[in-house]
Structure formats: structure tokens, C-alpha cells
Design a protein around this ligand. Structure first.
Ligand code: F6P
Length: 463
């Protein structure tokens, strides 16, 4: 791709940290940030998004941050406290997030704030229009910016715009709970290409288009939308497999693996944002069930559960934390001994090295979301296993289950079934473990984040 790429996401891939009393901006190392770094740099592109809450900085600190952001070719869209509360915390994370993860039971009584959602999307559209030069390609990311493609179409009718939804698109039976169901789809249809993680999510979107507007996708993947044609596509996101494998082989990660390994004890690992879509409570109960159904594992297994704090100003997330921590305490209280604690719970963000160390040291990785667009921890686990060992237990409701078919696939609502899958994983023949892990590794190597970026952008620009 020779055109300049303008990436737009709610959050910029940066973190602002105070160092010696001065704010310093660092580029994040997450999957999306790493995947898009090359086209961003190669095309001399721009990344437009929210730099996070800079409210604690004095005016001089804010100016310093703005200069550093410009050096990184990022353009900040700063949100004021009301916008953070209504656009980010309420509409995006208390309304859209639960609905798109099939959890309408988590919806607040009042599903409102769409005017602020729209005005923030319009501010993003203005920021893009200000930077846009003819020939640029614009790639919009995720559910916080579903109105943006249409708002861009109003401002720059000829722009080439792609939209990718990182989270599930729900079945219309659920999606139709949203009073703004047509308006949000109209927003997405401002794009030339709308991408989904899986065929199922694309199917749900097609069903919504049919029921809302009587429109069908043709055999080539296009939907007629007024004077334009919009292409729908499936682009499962990957991880930076090669660099994760290289880092996993580093002496730093090696020594972590040594520290995490306890002779005579098998290690189960769960790494998630502390989010109710991730299935942590049922996973904990499945481990408890394992200790009841197969008491021979008592004192011989332990689960390290990393729970990365997330969106903790949203009530549902705060309540969820209390639920998880209550369960950890109950299970440890029931089975723990003076020398053994079954669940080692850590509520904090961890470095990539710690993630890789845990993945490499694990006998079993538990990735059991109730609903997930993709789930990159499952892919990181496979990428890290340079020893071609370890078993992945994966929920059938993660997008990753469509690709990672050599995992032990479980229904996370079936607690006894999940407990038995853990037992199967712990007793699996080493040859079977290796055969499965090799297949998983081949899959994540062939479909990495670079391939995802290239395929989406080729499709978007190949008209
Ligand atoms: O999975 C969707 C997503 O937006 C990711 O892209 C992101 O890493 C995560 O949720 C965290 O979201 P937030 O920006 O709300 O912390």
C-alpha cells in the first residue's frame, strides 16, 4: 500500500507516565499497536485517538504531552469529564459492551447519552477531516466509533474508509434491544469495507441489515447502500507471533519460567481483563469442581489468575470485581492448607514478559470467556510455547475457537464439563499434547497480526 494511512481508534496506543516529575509518552506494546506500527510508519501515517485522561496534568505538562504525541505521529482527541462519563463509560462500556456480548441483563435502566456519543464521534470526524489529504486511506476501529464512518462520508465523500469491529456483533434478537439499532448500522455503512472477526458475527450483521433495511449481501460480499456499495468481510485478528516467540525465548522469560515452576505441582493459568465477559467466576467454580470430582489434584495443582483492572468507574465492573474476589476467598478458604493455596489471584496489569513467563510455565491455559470477539490470550499462549507443549482450554464462545480447533473446546456454562476438560488436559498423553500444540502454533504463525493488517488494507484499497 503506497497511500498514507490514517488510523482512528478510541484510545491512542500510548501510555502517559510520570518520570522524575515530568510526563513521558510511551508507545504501547499491545497487539493492535504492534500490528499497525509498520504501515503507520511506512506510509508516514497518522493515528488519531484519545490519549487517556490528562486532567491531572498542569498546562505545561499537557503541552509537553502534546509535543511528544506529535513526534509519534499521533493526533490526540481530548475528552472532557462529561464526554468520558457519557461517551466512554456509559454508552460505550455500560450499554454497547454488554449488548454486544449478549449481556442485556447488565444494561442500566436508562439507555441514553446517544447525543454525546454522536458529538464525540463528530469530534473524531472533524479531527480526521482536518488531517485528511486526497488519496489517504482511513481505518476506523471498534464499537466506540460506530457513527464515525457515516460522519466522515458527510465531510469527505470520496474518502476511502474501512471499519473493523473488534468485538462480536450480536444476534439481532439481542441487538434489537438498542433503541438506536438502525442509526448505529447506518453509521457503520458509511465505510467502504466493514470487517468482522468471524463469519458468525458477519452473519448477525447481515441479518440486522435484512431486518432493518431489507438489504442482502451479494455473492461477491457487497451490499448496495444508496448510491454506493459497501463490502462486508471476515478478518480474524492475530498476534505478532514471531516477536512473541523470540521474546518468550529470552533469558528474562526463561528465569521467570524457572521461578514459576514448582516440582510436583501442575500450573493452570488464566490472564484476562477484569471483565464479566471473560468467564472468570465460572472458571474458578470449574477449578473448585475439579477438586471435588478429582480430589487427587488437591495440593497438586494451582491456578494463577491475573485480572487486569479495567473500566473500574463503571458500576457493573466494580460489582464484578467484588463477585470474583468473593469467590477466590471462598474457594481458597474451602480447600487451602497451611502450605497450599489453590488460587493465586493477582489484580494488576502485568508486563509482556510476565504474560509470556506464565504462558510458558503453564501446563494448562484457561481461556473461557462467555463471549469474546477473538481473545488474543489464546493466541499468545500458542505463540509463546516454543517447547511445543502445554494444553489450551478454549471456550466455544471465543472468536478464536473458529480457528484454534486443536484446543480442548469447552462450553464455559457447563461447569462439570470444564472441570473434566481440565482433568483431561492434566492427564493428556504428551504426544497428543505436542500434536495439538504444533497445530495451534502453525495456525497462529500463518495468521499473524501482520497478515491481518495486510489482508484488510489490500481488500480496502483493491477497488
Ligand atoms: O476488546 C475491545 C477493546 O476495546 C480492546 O481493543 C481494548 O484492548 C480493550 O477493549 C480495553 O478497553 P478500554 O479502552 O476500555 O480500556
Amino acid at each position: 500500500m503506497t497511500q498514507r494511512l490514517i488510523i482512528v481508534s478510541n484510545r491512542l496506543p500510548v501510555t502517559v507516565r510520570a518520570e522524575h516529575g515530568e510526563p513521558v509518552v510511551h508507545m504501547s506494546v499491545g497487539g493492535l499497536a504492534t500490528g499497525l506500527r509498520a504501515p503507520h510508519e511506512r506510509s508516514n501515517g497518522l493515528w488519531i485517538g484519545w490519549p487517556g485522561d490528562l486532567g491531572d496534568l498542569d498546562p505545561r505538562g499537557r503541552d509537553k504531552v502534546r509535543c511528544q504525541l506529535a513526534e509519534l505521529r499521533t493526533v490526540p482527541v481530548e475528552l472532557d469529564p462529561t464526554e468520558i462519563e457519557v461517551f466512554y463509560e456509559h454508552v460505550s462500556n455500560a450499554v454497547l459492551w454488554p449488548t454486544f456480548h449478549d449481556r442485556v441483563d447488565r444494561l442500566p435502566l436508562r439507555v441514553e447519552g446517544w447525543d454525546v456519543y454522536d458529538s464525540v464521534n463528530a469530534r473524531f470526524a472533524d479531527a480526521v477531516a482536518e488531517q485528511y489529504e486526497p488519496g489517504d486511506v482511513i481505518w476506523v476501529h471498534d464499537y466506540q466509533l460506530m457513527r464515525l464512518p457515516a460522519l466522515l462520508r458527510d465531510r469527505i465523500p470520496d474518502a476511502r474508509v474501512g471499519f473493523f469491529l473488534h468485538i462480536p456483533f450480536p444476534n439481532p434478537e439481542i441487538y434489537f434491544a438498542l433503541p438506536t439499532r438502525a442509526w448505529l448500522v447506518e453509521g457503520m455503512m458509511g465505510a467502504d469495507l466493514v470487517g468482522f472477526q468471524t463469519r458468525r458475527f458477519q452473519g448477525h450483521f447481515r441479518a440486522a441489515l435484512r431486518r432493518l433495511f431489507g438489504l442482502e449481501m451479494d455473492a461477491a460480499g457487497y451490499v448496495r447502500w444508496g448510491e454506493r456499495r459497501v463490502r462486508l468481510g471476515v478478518f480474524p485478528i492475530g498476534v505478532d507471533t514471531a516477536s512473541l516467540a523470540t521474546r518468550a525465548a529470552s533469558p528474562e522469560v526463561d528465569s521467570l519460567v524457572g521461578e514459576l515452576t514448582t516440582p510436583g505441582q501442575r500450573l493452570l493459568v488464566g490472564i484476562d481483563r477484569l471483565d464479566y465477559s471473560k468467564g472468570i467466576p465460572r472458571r474458578l467454580i470449574a477449578v473448585e469442581r475439579l477438586l471435588v470430582l478429582h480430589p487427587e489434584w488437591r495440593e497438586r495443582i494451582r491456578l494463577v489468575q491475573v485480572a487486569v483492572p479495567s473500566r473500574d468507574r463503571v458500576a457493573a465492573y466494580r460489582e464484578f470485581r467484588t463477585e470474583v474476589e468473593g469467590l477466590v476467598g471462598r474457594i481458597n478458604g474451602r480447600f487451602g492448607t497451611p502450605t497450599w493455596t489453590p488460587i493465586h489471584y493477582m489484580r494488576r496489569g502485568v508486563s509482556t514478559d510476565v504474560v509470556l513467563g506464565l504462558c510458558r510455565a503453564a501446563d494448562v491455559a484457561l481461556v473461557t470467556p462467555l463471549r469474546d470477539g477473538m481473545n488474543l490470550v489464546a493466541k499468545e499462549f500458542a505463540a509463546s510455547r516454543i517447547d511445543e507443549d502445554g494444553v489450551l482450554i478454549l471456550s466455544e464462545f471465543a472468536g478464536a475457537a473458529d480457528e484454534l480447533t486443536d484446543a480442548l473446546i469447552v462450553n464455559p456454562y457447563d461447569i462439570d464439563g470444564t472441570a473434566e476438560a481440565i482433568h483431561t488436559a492434566l492427564t493428556m498423553d504428551p504426544a497428543d499434547r505436542r500434536r495439538r500444540m504444533r497445530a495451534l502454533r502453525d495456525q497462529v504463525a500463518a495468521n499473524d497480526v501482520h497478515r491481518w493488517v495486510a489482508t484488510f488494507l489490500e481488500t480496502l484499497t483493491s477497488e
